[in-house]
Every structure is written in C-alpha cells, then in structure tokens.
Design a protein around this ligand. Structure first.
Ligand code: KMH
Ligand code: ZN
Length: 273
C-alpha cells in the first residue's frame, strides 16, 4: 500500500481562539503550528491566513509572508493554500494565493449550505475559472468535495478540460450542509472517483479520527487540523495541530501503514520534485 500522506489544516477561516486558544492567527503562530504538524509527520500544510486579530483574509502579501516564514524553517513541506477562503469572498479575492505559484491549492467543486444563513458559493463557472487558472499556473488542485454531486461536477469538468488527471480529491465529510461523516457515505465517495485518482479524507469534528482510520485501512490519505476539529478526544481541547497529527501517526503505525515524507508525497501526487 502507498505510504500515508497526512495533511494538516492548521487554521481554517471559521474556527477561532474561542474554540481553541492555539488556533493560529499571526505569522509566528502559523509557523509554530505548521512546524509542530510537520515534525509530527504531516507532509502538506493546508493553509488559510488571518489578520493578527483573527479576521480571515486571502491577501496575497499575507499569504506570502506566512508561506515564506514556514518555508524558511521547514523548506521541504508542501504548502497548499486555500482558494475557498471564507464565505462571501469574491472569486478573484479567493484566487490571490495562486499568484504565488504554490505546488497545490484547493479547488472547491460546488455550492453548499454552511450553517445558519451562510452559503459557500461555487457556481459551475467559478469552478471552471479556478480550474483554468490552476492549469495556467501549473498548480495541482486538491478537489474539495463536500457531497457526492461535487465529484460528478469534477468529473464533468475534467472531461471538458478544466481539471487534469490524475485527480486528487479531498472528501470533506460532516459539514452541516454537506455529506455525513458515516462509513457508508465514505464508501460511497471513495467508490465514485476514478481508479487513477487519489484522495484524502477530512472528517469534521467527531468524525475526524474514525474517518482517518477508514482511509488508513483503505489506502487513502488523511487530513486533520484545527480547521476541521479542535479536540484531541471527547471533551479535551487539542494542544496543537501537531498533537492531532501524532494521533494519526499512532493509528497508522498500529494498522501497519507507513507515513510519507514530503518527497514521497510529491511522488504519489505527481508534483514536481
Ligand atoms: N472556509 C470555507 C468557506 C477550502 O479551503 O478550499 C471554505 C474552505 C475550503 O475552507
Ligand atoms: Zn480550507
């Protein structure tokens, strides 16, 4: 079985220090959380950035400051900026970090309810536009799917040339408005992607570790981090993103799955070495 790629989604746009005081906002805090995750075994950092007061931003200069600071200390790690940003941002605002030519970036494959009155909007034309930009800039998209219909959309846009093969999916499961975090739905998603595709799974909240185990057994890959879950166990706030990654590493070891280095992750995902 392929080695396990662990992605750490260290920050997100919605989670705050009220949920967990260790959620990073400043450049230094992002470097600390990325470093702890990397040292624990993460090869990819899925990155959102914030202003120092915690306000989410897609500002290119802020992304550059954080990405440069992480790479200065951890040159090997793969940084995957978000193009999802936060609910309500415009397409061009969201695309700013792709101007920095990262190796990867997320590409959200559909619209969904995002709790309360919030709607995370990704029309077909938005997905096409983001797909074209990523091809133009040589960026491998991580196809964020929050529901089965979003896999179908990605496959249609692949046929039309907006997304290239081999595709790499992120099953985000358990969002209030998206697919559930059950094992049944996990099997449904993983059975719905092409044979040459890879996937990682990001279980939201209490679904994080059970779905990590499912992916470890299945030969998929795993995303954990404060963006998705801030607790290390029921009622226990996680000390760091590193602690969440350590738990995945422990589970993988018990189940006989080795952890990929960044170089091995690049090989598996077909990124330039
Ligand atoms: N913050 C969400 C609205 C992504 O990173 O591409 C979108 C999101 C997905 O987090
Ligand atoms: Zn994200």
């Amino acid at each position: 079985m392929e080695k396990l790629i662990i992605t750490a989604a260290i920050c997100g746009a919605e989670v705050t220090k009220e949920h967990n005081p260790n959620v990073p906002y400043t450049v230094e805090e992002c470097v600390r959380e990325a470093g702890l995750a990397f040292e624990a075994g993460a090869s990819i950092i899925h990155l959102h950035v914030r202003e120092d007061d915690g306000t989410p931003t897609q500002n290119k200069d802020r992304f550059k400051a954080v990405m440069d600071a992480i790479h200065a200390k951890y040159p090997d790690v793969i940084i995957q900026p978000s193009t999802g940003g936060a609910v309500g941002m415009s397409n061009d605002e969201r695309l700013q970090p792709t101007e920095l030519n990262p190796e990867m970036a997320t590409l959200d494959c559909g619209t969904l309810n995002f709790g309360g009155d919030e709607i995370f909007e990704n029309t077909e034309n938005t997905i096409k536009y983001f797909g074209e930009k990523m091809i133009e800039r040589g960026i491998k998209p991580e196809l964020e799917v929050f529901d089965k219909s979003m896999i179908d959309m990605a496959l249609r846009l692949h046929k039309k040339g907006y997304i290239q093969s081999p595709m790499h999916f992120d099953f985000v499961m358990g969002v209030n408005g998206g697919i559930s975090g059950t094992l049944r739905d996990f099997v449904f998603l993983r059975e719905s992607i092409p044979a040459d595709a890879t996937y990682t799974v990001a279980g939201i909240g209490r679904f994080e570790f059970p779905l990590a185990v499912a992916a470890i057994i299945d030969g998929g890959h795993v995303r954990v981090g404060f963006e998705d879950n801030t607790m290390i166990a029921k009622g226990q706030v996680a000390e760091s993103n590193g602690q969440l990654v350590e738990k995945v590493v422990r589970l993988a070891k018990e189940l006989g799955r080795e952890i990929a280095t960044p170089a091995e992750a690049r090989e598996i995902l077909g990124l330039k070495q």
